[in-house]
Design a protein around this ligand. Structure first.
Ligand code: UDP
Ligand code: MG
Length: 318
């Protein structure tokens, strides 16, 4: 019996790249089917994440042309991570393994062979890790590197530096389905599943066409989400900073009191006072911000709203 492979490709305003992506994925699938590495029941599933352009029409067109292509239409834009989860959860019962990939061809399609090999030899999760980031800007490379270092320093687990290009077995997906959190950071969640995993290295290319949907502002909030959804360390850091400041202030207060009785009142020194007030004010606001970030997360979690709604699932009977 050959493996049923599903590819899940989230798409947000990707009409410009869909033709080329489909063309390349189709050739890859045809080659894999010819080599009897995957079954003819394998599918390429595009998840339309509430695109404003003709992406969904394009997906429908692809599906009509060839049953190899399936499509999931979400009710509205829910962001990359939710769109990806929607795809994974919708197809998990149909596939032996699922590979997630971006629509823009930045992930190397030829790495799929190696991922499948790793799956056949017992890996439930295969991470596609880029061994170069030359095609990203220096800024993106530096900040991403620093981010993964920080995550490793804060967290109990290390996260392979990958971009949601990974294979997951049905068993791993069933595991992922048991994570009920609203605030998704799949890169941080998948390693927690814990089944055997391995890494496949690949070269990351340029975006084929269109623009990155991750401008700086989204990148920062994605990084904050990543940290606060996997680690409570920032809150602990605040506690320790507060403790150190409090003890320091106590010692200083004792010094001031002794000074007052020995040498009389000291009227000068408002400058140092101002520095302390502003410094502490800033630190307190920062601390409140971090706590607010966690409380906001809790607020979102307790509402238990659905993470996505599937409006339509185009898939030929298998
Ligand atoms: N994407 C999505 N919903 C969004 C934003 C992006 O489904 O709200 C998809 C997008 O179509 C692409 C993938 O997520 O397939 C990664 O986005 P992009 O390539 O713009 O990010 P980058 O590679 O620049 O980090
Ligand atoms: Mg991209």
């Amino acid at each position: 019996m050959t493996t049923i492979l599903y590819m899940v490709v989230p798409c947000y305003n990707e009409e410009q790249v869909l033709d080329e992506t489909s063309h390349r994925l189709k050739s890859k699938y045809e080659a894999l089917i010819a080599e009897q590495k995957i079954s003819t029941k394998s599918r390429i599933v595009y998840v339309n994440d509430g695109s404003k352009d003709k992406t969904w029409e394009k997906i429908q067109e692809k599906h009509q042309e060839n049953q190899m292509f399936s499509g999931i239409n979400l009710s509205r834009n829910r962001g990359h991570q939710n769109a990806l989860l929607a795809g994974l959860m919708t197809v998990r019962a149909l596939a032996d393994c699922v590979i997630s990939m971006d629509a823009d061809l930045q992930d190397d399609i030829d790495a799929i062979d190696k991922m499948l090999e790793a799956f056949e030899t017992g890996s439930d999760v295969v991470y596609g890790v880029r061994d170069n980031r030359e095609t990203d800007t220096v800024f993106k490379r530096r900040t991403a590197g620093a981010f993964y270092k920080l995550m490793e320093g804060l967290g109990s687990q290390s996260i392979p530096n990958h971009a949601d290009f990974r294979l997951m077995s049905q068993r791993a997906l069933d595991g992922l389905a048991q994570f009920p959190e609203q605030n998704l950071f799949l890169r941080g969640m998948v390693p927690l599943i814990g089944y055997p995993s391995s890494i496949v290295y690949y070269k990351r290319g340029e975006r084929f066409a269109g623009e990155s949907k991750y401008p700086l502002k989204k990148m920062v909030s994605f990084a904050v989400d990543g940290i606060t959804s996997t680690s409570a360390a920032p809150m602990r850091l605040i506690f320790w900073t507060g403790l150190v400041c409090f003890l320091g202030a106590l010692i200083w207060a004792i010094y001031i009191i002794i000074n007052h009785f020995m040498y009389g009142p000291d009227v000068a020194g408002w400058a140092s006072l101002m520095v302390v007030i502003i410094g502490f004010g800033g630190a307190i606001l920062l601390a409140l911000g971090v706590i607010g970030e966690y409380i906001g997360k809790i607020f979102l979690e307790v509402k238990q709203r659905p993470r996505y709604l599937v409006e339509e699932f185009l898939n030929d009977e298998v």
